[in-house]
Design a protein around this ligand. Structure first.
Ligand SMILES: C/C=C/C(=O)SCCNC(=O)CCNC(=O)[C@H](O)C(C)(C)COP(=O)(O)OP(=O)(O)OC[C@H]1O[C@@H](n2cnc3c(N)ncnc32)[C@H](O)[C@@H]1OP(=O)(O)O
Length: 261
């Protein structure tokens, strides 16, 4: 009997679903990081994938953060940096996927769990979900990208407040801050996220990827350089068959049938 996989990947009709399965709270340990990495490798190779959903099993946690038990093994200088680096490597691999990604928060997202959701483009949270960066309570602070991605998403002061106090945000508060995009009822995060991911498969895939690239790369530069990038991507997308199909469909008053490639 093969070893239980701690992260499972399914791909169906252009939608990839990554499910973290490390009960009871889906903590991020070395095995989960390694499994997540291989799922991302498969997704990078599969050109049929238009959108990606990430979620956890169970109804308590999307992910309760890094496995604190593993911290006991980190003694010599540099070992914590190696752990942080490994997490960054996988998290950035998720963040750098060209396709739109959606985190389906089936439960709490604490620490590395919150940081993992920040590597997705959208976040759908169930109404009772709590989101926190509580590392300060361990005498630590977020080492999986939270200081950088959260501050860019909700603003420096709100991000510092979350990290200084380590207190959880409820789903509605997170929605108000723009930390989550949609709040759904208990048990509905995955369904709603897959529904959104499927909706994206009816759009032009190259245009979706150009939006993500223009925003993610453009906002890291001056607005002048960002606009130059937008022009370049606009021209690239304009060469695709999908634009011809989109324009003809509009003029012929019919639905467009985009090819996603
Ligand atoms: C780069 C990334 C860094 C990080 O992510 S640092 C870690 C950040 N995360 C945290 O600090 C969260 C710590 N956990 C908690 O605060 C609580 O737990 C929860 C709020 C998540 C859930 O509380 P409740 O429902 O009362 O469950 P419970 O009894 O506290 O936990 C159930 C079992 O799960 C273990 N556990 C919980 N979180 C972690 C974790 N992050 N790493 C390792 N184990 C964890 C506990 O110890 C316990 O275990 P047992 O049943 O054997 O006593």
């Amino acid at each position: 009997m093969g070893e239980k996989k701690l992260v499972n990947l399914t791909v169906d009709d252009g939608v990839a679903i990554i499910i973290i399965d490390n009960p009871p709270l889906n903590v991020l340990n070395k095995e989960v990081v390694a499994c997540l990495n291989s799922c991302l490798e498969e997704i990078e190779k599969d050109k049929t994938i238009v959108s990606v959903v990430v979620t956890g099993t169970g109804e308590r946690a999307f992910m309760a953060g890094a496995d604190i038990k593993e911290f006991l093994e980190l003694n010599a200088p540099g070992e914590a940096a190696e752990l942080s680096n490994n997490n960054h490597w996988v998290f950035s691999r998720l963040a750098d996927l060209p396709q739109p990604t959606i985190a389906a928060l089936n439960g709490l997202a604490y620490g590395g769990g919150c940081e993992l959701t920040l590597c997705c483009d959208l976040r759908v949270a169930e109404e009772d979900v709590k989101i926190a960066l509580p590392e300060i309570n361990l005498g630590l602070f977020p080492g999986g990208g939270g200081t950088q991605r959260l501050s860019r998403l909700i603003g420096s002061s709100r991000a510092k407040e979350m990290m200084f106090f380590g207190e959880p945000l409820g789903a509605q508060e997170a929605l108000k801050l723009g930390l989550v995009n949609k709040v759904v009822s208990k048990g509905e995060a995955l369904n709603k996220s897959v529904e959104l991911a499927k909706k994206l498969t009816t759009k032009a895939g190259k245009a979706l990827q150009a939006i993500k690239q223009a925003v993610d790369q453009g906002t890291e530069q001056s607005i002048a350089n960002g606009l130059t990038l937008e022009i370049k991507l606009f021209d690239n997308v304009f060469q695709t068959e999908d634009v011809k199909e989109g324009v003809n469909a509009f003029l012929e008053k019919r639905g467009a049938n985009f090819k996603h490639r």
